[in-house]
Each structure stands twice: as structure tokens, then as C-alpha cells.
Design a protein. Structure first.
Length: 118
């Protein structure tokens, strides 16, 4: 599976962005999909995950109530709607296949930069 994230950019605090991640291959709907991020000088961290069918989601506490993960299996795409962005959300965001323990596996693909700045 090849993954390509897009939709990042520069936004002011309190603003919104919608990230997309397009996946190649026909098995997309068989994978839990997660979003991870890596800020400068920090380790990559889990942000959100969505179940195969899209009926179950989970988030890191710092983004609960602000971020929403969704997917469209017909389009092989997973999304991350980010609202009320904060300075600390600045990072490169990646989508990746994710196991039941919210751990990533497989190839990461290219991420997308999100910069929150006034």
C-alpha cells in the first residue's frame, strides 16, 4: 500500500485544515488507518485512528473535540479534519496502517506539513 498525505499548510491559531490521505491498492478497506505527527525535535506520535468500516475512532487526548478522522473506502481515502488549531499542532502529519494497539505498521509514505502560526 502506498500512501500520500496532502492538505497541509500555514494557518493561524484557531483556524482549520482538512488533511487527506490517498492510498493505492485494493485492500484499503481491510486496514485500520491512523494519523500520526512529528514535530521538530520530537518523536512521532499517534493522533487518531479509524476502524475499517469507519464506525469507530480514537484520538490522543490533546486533539479530542478538535480533530475528526473519517474515511471513504470507495475513494481509498482517509481524512483528518482539524479545527481550532493550536501552535502545538505544528508538525508533519502522516497517515499509516495501524494495528489494534494503535501502533503503525507498513510503509509511511510522504507526510504533509501543518504549521500553526500567528
Amino acid at each position: 500500500v502506498q500512501l500520500q498525505a496532502s492538505g497541509g499548510g500555514l494557518v493561524q491559531p484557531g483556524g482549520s485544515l482538512r488533511l487527506s490521505c490517498a492510498a493505492s491498492g485494493r485492500a484499503f478497506s481491510t486496514y485500520r488507518m491512523g494519523w500520526f505527527r512529528q514535530a521538530p525535535g520530537k518523536e512521532r506520535e499517534f493522533v487518531a485512528v479509524i476502524s475499517r468500516s469507519g464506525d469507530s475512532t480514537d484520538y490522543v487526548d490533546s486533539v479530542k473535540g478538535r480533530f475528526t478522522v473519517s474515511r471513504d473506502n470507495a475513494k481509498n481515502t482517509v481524512y483528518l479534519q482539524m479545527n481550532n488549531l493550536k501552535l502545538e499542532d505544528t508538525a508533519v502529519y502522516y497517515c499509516v496502517r495501524t494495528n489494534g494497539d494503535n501502533q503503525p505498521f507498513g510503509s509511511w509514505g510522504q507526510g504533509t506539513q501543518v504549521t500553526v502560526s500567528s
